[in-house]
Design a protein around this ligand. Sequence first.
Ligand SMILES: Nc1nc2c(ncn2[C@@H]2O[C@H](COP(=O)(O)OP(=O)(O)OP(=O)(O)O)[C@@H](O)[C@H]2O)c(=O)[nH]1
Length: 235
Amino acid sequence: MGTVALIDAHIDSCTHVLTHVCTHKYTHTRGLLSCCVCCWQTILVGDSGVGKTSLLVQFDQGKFIPGSFSATVGICFTNKVVTVDNVKVKLQMWDTAGQERFRSVTHAYYRDAHALLLLYDITSKSSFDNIRAWLTEIHEYAQRDVVIMLLGNKADMASERVIRRDEGEKLAREYSVPFMETSAKTGVNVDLAFIAVAKELKHRAVHGQQPNEPTFQIHEYIESQKEKSGCCSYF
Ligand SMILES: Nc1nc2c(ncn2[C@@H]2O[C@H](COP(=O)(O)OP(=O)(O)OP(=O)(O)O)[C@@H](O)[C@H]2O)c(=O)[nH]1
């Protein structure tokens, strides 16, 4: 079966695909009201196996499905409505295949993305080394003002860690993007990653109309909310 046929077949059977597709785009949110449900597209990208699908399922359904790894075919999406500062916003979250053979398909979706969650696996050096190449692609295909967040996933796998947390922080600083470590398995920082993105997008939408409102600082918000290291955490 060719790539396109494979994707069509997968989209037909994909349990994440919902029928309702929101037509309100971030770029059309001038006049945002407190009751307005806006729709922001967030795409998860990164090497195959870093945990994009698992992260999305954890955020959407609050569960982790362990067991055999089944690679995503093409791309599919899940909608979730979250409340940010009393405003309901709809996140349309696109789960992309990390495999190289689907790259040209996923590139086509970058252009409409308002935010990109870029994942690597803290137990995989190659997935970390490839982050620079992912960022090059993002800068080539996505909008210039897209919100990018770097996530070091599988933070629960402390004994197999090969990428230190400070290495992730350093890379994120180099590209001026926010960073956190997450675990799709335990749920650590998963909600925070998506909510921080939603807050940033909502702020941009509202701030466009109210220039006197203080600027939302996504980096500071994340630092204040992160599940900090301690005796029993993974970091
Ligand atoms: N321990 C642990 N395992 C994880 C975590 N996230 C994902 N996994 C496992 O890693 C494997 C790959 O996860 P996926 O979510 O399918 O990875 P993906 O990035 O969507 O992969 P592609 O669809 O090929 O792009 C699966 O066996 C997951 O159970 C995590 O945070 N902790």
